[in-house]
Design a protein around this ligand. Structure first.
Ligand code: PMP
Length: 293
């Protein structure tokens, strides 16, 4: 990480070396908080309003009173990018429960804490957008929405991290995570799509997935381009036998999957529908977003 980075920390812009949170912050002690990962392309913050809205929704569910308004949060994101003179980058906006005591009760944490980091991101190598990435299915099931709803983009990512460790050990880039009933939910940091006979499918959010902003963008772009896109439950059978499979996320964009649990998907390369969606996505992100300069 560039040591000259300027970070927004609870109202101030400070150098990275001074960007520190308290050991009594419940974001650290209990994973109590929420965050957003946002991209900036070509001097524009992509889907800024949608990201801030999702953060505010999560904060509401967590009964976390963010000390900044929607507009102020948007300003923090833009200003952090400007301070670092970024045109393309990855932004991490975090709200923690703030400083409390060693008990878990949020009532002891009077003020939530907001910080924002804007830096560059190392994506999957460009080659993988042509060859695709191998994925495995994790033993670890995705959190059941009746216990901890995956729609909450919380600071507790252990469910995803345990699945990611399985992927790492298998030499795979990502892991498919199933819901309790065995249907496909999503991946550790990406939503999942499959293509069969020209029709695109993605699991409904209620299966236990984050309501991904890239997912929604891809749904809109695909439908706009004339594809039939269905939000419909499916199982691993449908993934293995799909013509194409791809994953979406702010970091990953729209990355093809070449194999799942060692079954080759389609031709084993990036299929034509995935290539088309990726092209539409990359074109769209560069031309849309909140201009910051
Ligand atoms: N699922 C999970 C679990 C995620 O953490 C993410 C974000 N990386 C996504 C899906 C994709 O969401 P988005 O398109 O909003 O980045």
């Amino acid at each position: 990480m560039d040591p000259n980075l300027i970070v927004y920390m609870g109202g101030e812009y400070v150098p990275l070396s001074e960007a520190k949170v308290s050991v009594l912050d419940h974001g650290l002690l209990y994973g109590d908080g929420a965050f957003e990962g946002i991209r900036m392309y070509n001097g524009r913050v992509f889907k800024l309003k949608e990201h801030i809205r999702r953060l505010l929704d999560c904060a509401k569910v967590l009964m976390l009173d963010i000390p900044l308004s929607q507009e102020e949060l948007e300003q923090v994101v833009c200003e952090t990018c400007r301070k670092n003179q970024l045109r393309d980058g990855y932004i991490r906006l975090v709200v923690t429960r703030g400083v409390g005591d060693l008990g878990l009760s949020p009532t002891k944490c009077p003020t939530p804490y907001v910080f924002c980091i804007a830096a560059t991101i190392s994506l999957y190598p460009e080659e993988m957008y042509k060859t695709g990435i191998p994925v495995i299915t994790a033993q670890q099931r995705r959190n059941n929405p009746t216990i901890l709803d995956p729609q909450i983009k919380s600071l507790n990512y252990l469910n995803n991290i345990l699945a990611k460790i399985e992927a790492n050990h298998a030499g795979a880039q990502e892991a498919i995570m199933l819901a309790q009933n065995g249907v496909v939910a999503e991946c550790t940091a990406d939503n999942i799509f499959i293509v069969r006979d020209g029709v695109i499918y993605t699991p409904p959010i209620y299966c236990g997935a984050l309501d991904g902003i890239t997912r929604q963008t891809v749904i809109d772009l695909a439908r706009g381009a004339g594809y039939t896109l269905l939000e419909q439950e499916f199982t691993l059978f449908n993934v293995y036998s799909a013509d194409e499979c791809f994953l979406t996320g702010t970091g990953a964009e729209c990355v093809p999957v070449c194999s799942a649990d060692r079954r080759t998907i389609g031709t084993g390369n990036c299929g034509p529908v995935t290539a088309h969606i990726l092209e539409l996505y990359r074109h769209y992100v560069r031309a849309n977003g909140t201009e910051i300069y």
